[in-house]
Design a protein around this ligand. Sequence first.
Ligand code: DX5
Ligand code: ZN
Length: 218
Amino acid sequence: MKSPIVAPSVLSANFAHLAADFAMLNESAAEYIHVDVMDGVFVPNISFGLPVIQAMRKLSAKTFDVHLMIVEPDKYIDAFRNAGADILTVHLEASTHLHRTLQKIHASEMKAGVAINPHTSVQLLEDTINDIDLVCVMSVNPGFGGQKFIENTYDKVARLKDLILRKNAATLIEIDGGVTLDNAARLVQSGADVLVAGNTVFNSPDPAATILQLKNIA
Ligand code: DX5
Ligand code: ZN
């Protein structure tokens, strides 16, 4: 089994000591840094926005995997590129013209991600999968860190993997929400390529060691 890309979610970091948390991430086996943007409309919570991402960008050269939990994401594509996003993920449920949004993200020279909520079927990606670099499968309802993993995700990931293979797409599968050292191996077996982890990493007594454990889970 291929070892997954680990994407610690800075939503669970200590916002008063971001420099220290980023120093740990920079030295760790994490390839991506997962950055959750919440607008209080698409999800019932507000996290942080562009100036904070700009400040984080100065702290790390790792891939910034920016997950937009916002309505009308098209309006801010260039702004997030300028703030430092490398991968920009929009929610399918927030995109009326998803194909156009994907084109705009690519035109801004970022990788394009699509996140799907737990109730959203992978079948809805059938006609865009070849234009998507990463599908973020939400394994909790978005809005908060530290929630319980939804078990249906394993089956959903396997169905998404089938779709990607059938369409001969190069899309990565990312899992976001409730990822732990207990469910990570089965997720990778089901087809996951990228594991987001907030609580599991930042509430660990040794976050860098936990990142490495996730990396070597397979
Ligand atoms: C949830 C966010 C997640 C969150 C994951 O809405 O999209 O990225 O930070 O946190 P954990 O790993 O603690 O569930
Ligand atoms: Zn996220």
